[in-house]
Design a protein around this ligand. Structure first.
Ligand code: HPA
Ligand code: ZN
Length: 348
């Protein structure tokens, strides 16, 4: 496709306005400090932070675990169905403003059921927000249930069981939380069961963990996408496999900087992954904690790496290709994307 020349000054506006999908967003990671404090007050939950500013000041992470400790503390204010609705609604409004036309949202039920919150409260609150966003903004929003990998496979099985009455509200399962020491194969049986149930399967792998974890996510869990996967660069056979199968990576640039996976955005390996033919996508991961929503990730990444309209088109295209939407819907979004780029004039 012919892409017009776009000046660097104009590129951020193109990135912001192009239609796109988001495939790696933890809804608990979209809880802004202001909403955490509002929900804490509404529910009578005492927080170990004095103020919104004190909480924000604690967002100085050194690795994944240092983030997870604060992220789970923030989620402790979520008790009622309307809390889950309010959280998801706030994210979906931002996503719609970012020209996200489709989003596949992760949620961590064990963080809530462990505190006595029923599974139905979590899923129905999130689902109602997805439904309303579809009605009001035309955005399509789906839910992916993540198992916490620092807990046992038995706990994951119990979580799956509890979610089965809401099976029709969930398109797939994922695997998140502390990666090192918790390889994908720990969850081989529960993922096999999820596949039998017809659920889509994805897993975080190769964020901090080694390429071996990406191999086992592929070969043991038989995932359809890898979340993060940036460590695949260390293994050329793995890179070839991912490229040949067009097996998508949901990369999260600002997250990788905040959790010290790369020292700076300019040193991020996304361009190398893209140039090697991998189906790379850009995502926000935990936008309230990592300094930006999806468009902030695009704009800052493109500036740091000096990317242009060709990569913009490719990354947005990949986000649709990598989604779990049906083929007809994907073609419609791809057409919308093409029309958007064709409509850009060289000099306006
Ligand atoms: N990695 C693992 N678990 C997570 C993350 C992440 O980036 N965000 C929320 N849970
Ligand atoms: Zn993640």
């Amino acid at each position: 496709m012919h892409l017009p020349h776009i000046t660097p000054q104009r590129l951020p506006s193109v990135l912001r306005r192009m239609p796109k999908a988001e495939l790696h967003i933890h809804i608990e990671g979209s809880l802004e400090p202001e909403l955490i404090f509002k929900l804490a007050e509404r529910n009578g939950v005492k927080l170990p932070y004095e103020s919104v500013d004190a909480l924000r000041a604690a967002y100085a992470f050194t690795d994944l675990q240092s983030f997870l400790d604060i992220y789970y503390a923030g989620a402790s204010v979520l008790l009622k169905e309307e809390d889950f609705f309010d959280m998801a609604w706030a994210y979906l409004q931002k996503a719609a403003a970012d020209h996200v036309v489709h989003t596949e949202i992760f949620f961590d039920p064990q963080t809530h059921t462990a505190r006595g919150v029923p599974m139905g409260t979590v899923i129905q609150g999130l689902h109602h927000a997805c439904q309303r966003a579809h009605q009001e903004f035309g955005i399509s929003a789906q839910l992916i249930l993540c198992f916490l990998r620092h807990l046992s496979e038995e706990d994951a099985f119990a979580t799956l069981e509890a979610a089965l009455p809401y099976r029709h509200h969930v398109i797939g399962v994922g695997l998140d939380s502390s990666e090192l020491g918790h390889p994908p194969e720990k969850f081989a049986r529960v993922f096999a069961r999820c596949r039998e149930l017809g659920l889509h399967v994805v897993a975080h792998a190769g964020e901090e963990g080694p390429p071996a974890y990406i191999w086992s996510a592929l070969d043991v869990l038989k995932v359809e996408r890898i979340d993060h996967g940036v460590q695949s660069i260390q293994d050329s056979a793995l890179m070839q496999r991912l490229a040949q199968q067009r097996l998508p990576l949901t990369v999260c640039p600002l997250s990788n900087i905040k959790l010290c996976v790369f020292p700076t955005l300019a040193q991020h390996n996304l361009k190398q992954l893209l140039d090697a033919g991998l189906c790379v996508t850009v995502n926000s991961d935990d936008p309230a904690y990592f300094g930006g929503y999806l468009n902030d990730n695009f704009v800052q990444l493109f500036e740091a790496l000096g990317l242009g309209p060709r990569e913009a088109y490719q990354l947005a295209f990949n986000s649709f290709e990598a989604s779990f939407a049906d083929a007809v819907t994907k073609r419609a979004w791809e057409h919308q994307l093409k029309t958007f780029f064709e409509g850009l004039r060289e000099h306006d």
